[in-house]
Every structure is written in structure tokens, then in C-alpha cells.
Design a protein around this ligand. Structure first.
Ligand code: SF4
Length: 78
């Protein structure tokens, strides 16, 4: 059985640089010089903190899909 991995992206057109994701998941996100959030790793293991950050982003700029299958983790598929 292979370990599930997530692919995390931030839509920089949406990100308002609130920093919430960095506070909730400092190992998952950092702010760049322009106060845009960047995933520290494009692909990472399943993380409650990263999911919490995505769920609480005020502008839903964070997307998570399962690596390989592309199944949406957040925002969830309809
Ligand atoms: S919580 Fe959302 S808006 Fe705030 S820095 Fe992170 S991605 Fe950007």
C-alpha cells in the first residue's frame, strides 16, 4: 500500500497575505517577500494542520488534491 500524498497549491491571485496559513501550518506554508503564501513543499504527506489552514483561509486560496489521482481534498468536490 502506498502512502497518500497531497499536492498543495496557493492561488496568488486570491491570497491576501493574511498569514493565517503560516500560523496554522508553519511547516506547510511561508510568506514570500510580497506577502504571498507559498507551500513549502508542493507534495507532502497528509497533514491535519495543512487541511486546517486550507479550511480557514479567508479567501479559499489553498487547494489540496491527492497526488496521482487528483481527487480533490479541499475544496471538496461537489
Ligand atoms: S490564509 Fe489564505 S489569504 Fe492568508 S496568507 Fe494563507 S493563503 Fe493567503
Amino acid at each position: 500500500m502506498t502512502e497518500t500524498k497531497w499536492r498543495v497549491t496557493v492561488d496568488t491571485d486570491l491570497c491576501i497575505g493574511s498569514g493565517g496559513c503560516v500560523l496554522r501550518a508553519p511547516e506547510g506554508f511561508e510568506l514570500d517577500a510580497a506577502r504571498q503564501s507559498c507551500p513549502r513543499h508542493a507534495v507532502l504527506g497528509v497533514s491535519d494542520e495543512v487541511l486546517d489552514a486550507a479550511e480557514n483561509c479567508p479567501v479559499e486560496a489553498i487547494a489540496i488534491v491527492e497526488e496521482g489521482s487528483g481527487i480533490a481534498v479541499f475544496p471538496p468536490a461537489d
